[in-house]
Ligand binder design. Structure first.
Ligand SMILES: *[C@@H]1O[C@H](CO)[C@@H](O)[C@H](O)[C@H]1NC(C)=O
Ligand SMILES: *[C@@H]1O[C@H](CO)[C@@H](O)[C@H](O)[C@H]1NC(C)=O
Ligand SMILES: *[C@@H]1O[C@H](CO)[C@@H](O)[C@H](O)[C@H]1NC(C)=O
Ligand SMILES: *[C@@H]1O[C@H](CO)[C@@H](O)[C@H](O)[C@H]1NC(C)=O
Ligand SMILES: *[C@@H]1O[C@H](CO)[C@@H](O)[C@H](O)[C@H]1NC(C)=O
Ligand SMILES: *[C@@H]1O[C@H](CO)[C@@H](O)[C@H](O)[C@H]1NC(C)=O
Ligand SMILES: *[C@@H]1O[C@H](CO)[C@@H](O)[C@H](O)[C@H]1NC(C)=O
Length: 409
């Protein structure tokens, strides 16, 4: 073979190799020049800026990177996208990486009309009623029209026709729980309407008549509880909260940093165990906007993140029913709970989902009780109207962990 031919051959081989590399480098990311992600390091690999994305996708826990320019460049792989801060080292940049195959969510369960209620049971057990709510059983709920389907949507409301006499306790309201137990997952609740109702004038939040919840919990205290959405009128913020039933076992579970640094919240309480979403994410303003989407990403060993989206600001991958939505592109969450040294991830485990409209956080004040007993038509708007609740999972993740057996009821 003469020299000319072998050079040509060599170039052909080079061309084939580079095409193969280019085909596999379709790694997409969103870049943040000048910013570094604090902490969350799961490894450092020498490389150019353009190498970081693919290096990240190869690691099942990597969702982002920070590149620093020293020693020819270093990709710091990150298992979290925040908190980010301006970096003083010139040339530093960060990227949020689109998920590789091992990081991609797909649908495992959709709860919607016309068979939404086939997957839920009505919890009427003593001790599960809250405040002035009287938990309706399946038959009562259907007979009285407290649950049903309306124009292809799921309706969950409360008794709004009965005046409650002084010798009777409680206004009827269903508390429903899913037959499926979860230990991780990505939960998306799309709804047009959250329960609203009469306001109390007096004396603090114990007087608030309407308390609505979308949460997960279990029969045992050791299952813990996480509220994806909790609200009480007249406050127009959606709240999230983690219940730590055993500090000695699970750790404090409060956040080591100011939660406002990495969650877009209007406030927090109880050592950051409760975080309040932005104003407008619940109550009358949410309904006036036509509703929205409450979503939560639960990565069992790592974190729970919560987002509250109000129409029309819904992520594109929800609007177009993308079968593989990517919360990594959704930006700053509205609630953020990190597991690790300070919090054993088993603080919540193997839980059913719960939808519930409760009344008057105990101790029930006389004012709240009076509001609840009288003027039943004030509770006409005390209902959820749900498009769907979807659960997504990633390969190898144990999301749907079991089935609830009704014998315990
Ligand atoms: C590119 O990806 C394909 C399939 O994922 C794989 O078979 C192939 O070996 C990869 N090529 C290179 C150069 O990494
Ligand atoms: C609940 O009630 C509805 C309507 O009466 C009925 O169709 C359904 O089978 C009941 N479900 C259970 C679990 O009893
Ligand atoms: C019910 O109790 C309230 C508060 O004690 C009282 O004001 C009201 O008159 C009572 N209603 C009836 C019908 O007895
Ligand atoms: C609260 O105050 C408003 C106006 O002052 C009044 O119309 C309403 O009846 C009061 N509500 C209650 C529950 O006392
Ligand atoms: C926080 O949320 C509010 C209300 O949804 C929004 O207007 C604002 O742009 C958000 N801020 C950030 C930093 O994401
Ligand atoms: C990220 O990885 C670190 C180190 O392994 C770990 O301590 C931390 O809990 C992880 N954080 C998240 C959000 O996964
Ligand atoms: C739950 O029950 C269904 C059948 O109803 C079964 O196919 C599934 O494997 C069960 N899942 C778990 C996690 O036990």
């Amino acid at each position: 073979m003469d020299i000319f031919k072998s050079v040509l051959l060599f170039q052909l081989v080079l061309y084939l190799i580079s095409t193969a590399l280019a085909q596999n480098s379709s790694c997409s990311y969103k870049e943040f020049p000048g910013y570094g992600i604090d902490g969350s390091d799961i490894g450092g690999v020498p490389g150019r800026t353009t190498d970081c994305c693919a290096l990240c996708q190869k690691n099942p826990y990597c969702v982002a990177y920070t590149w620093e320019p020293y020693d020819g460049g270093m990709c710091w792989l990150k298992n979290d996208t925040g908190p980010m801060s301006k970096d003083s080292i010139s040339g530093t940049l960060s990227g949020f990486v689109s998920p590789g195959p091992k990081q991609t969510y797909s649908l495992i369960k959709k709860y919607a009309a016309p068979n939404f209620f086939d997957d839920w049971w009505f919890d009427t057990r003593d001790g599960k009623a809250f405040g002035f709510a009287s938990n309706a059983d399946n038959k009562t709920a259907w007979d009285k029209g407290l649950v049903g389907y309306q124009n292809g949507k799921v309706y969950i409301g409360v008794d709004h026709t009965t005046t409650i006499p002084n010798n009777t306790w409680g206004r009827l309201s269903p508390r429903i729980s899913s037959l499926q137990l979860y230990n991780a997952g990505f939960f998306v609740l799309s709804l047009d309407h959250v329960p609203v109702g009469p306001y109390a004038n007096g004396s603090g939040w114990h007087s608030s008549p309407v308390w609505s919840m979308f949460m997960m919990t279990g029969d045992q205290a050791s299952n813990g509880e996480f509220d994806f959405y909790k609200a009480h009128n007249p406050v127009d913020v959606a709240n999230s909260m983690i219940y730590n039933n055993d500090e000695a076992l699970y750790g404090k579970c409060s956040l080591p940093w100011d939660p406002k640094k990495y969650a877009n919240i209007s406030g927090w309480a109880d050592n950051e165990l409760m975080q309040e979403g932005p104003h407008g994410t619940s109550d009358v303003p949410f309904n006036k906007a036509g509703g929205g989407v409450y979503a939560a990403q639960w990565v069992h060993g790592s974190f729970i993140k919560v987002w509250y989206f109000v129409k029309p600001n819904i992520p594109a991958d929800i609007l177009n029913e993308n079968p593989n939505p990517n919360p990594g592109t959704w930006g700053t969450p509205n609630g953020y709970y990190v597991f690790g040294d300070n919090c054993n991830p088993e603080v919540v485990n193997n839980n059913y989902l719960v939808l519930y409209i409760a009344f008057c956080n105990p101790p029930v004040t006389q004012e709240c009780q009076d509001i609840m007993r009288n003027n039943p038509s004030n509770f006409q708007d005390t209902y959820f109207l749900i498009d769907y609740l979807k659960v997504f999972c990633r390969p190898g993740e144990n999301c749907w962990s079991g089935n609830y057996t009704l014998s315990g009821q």
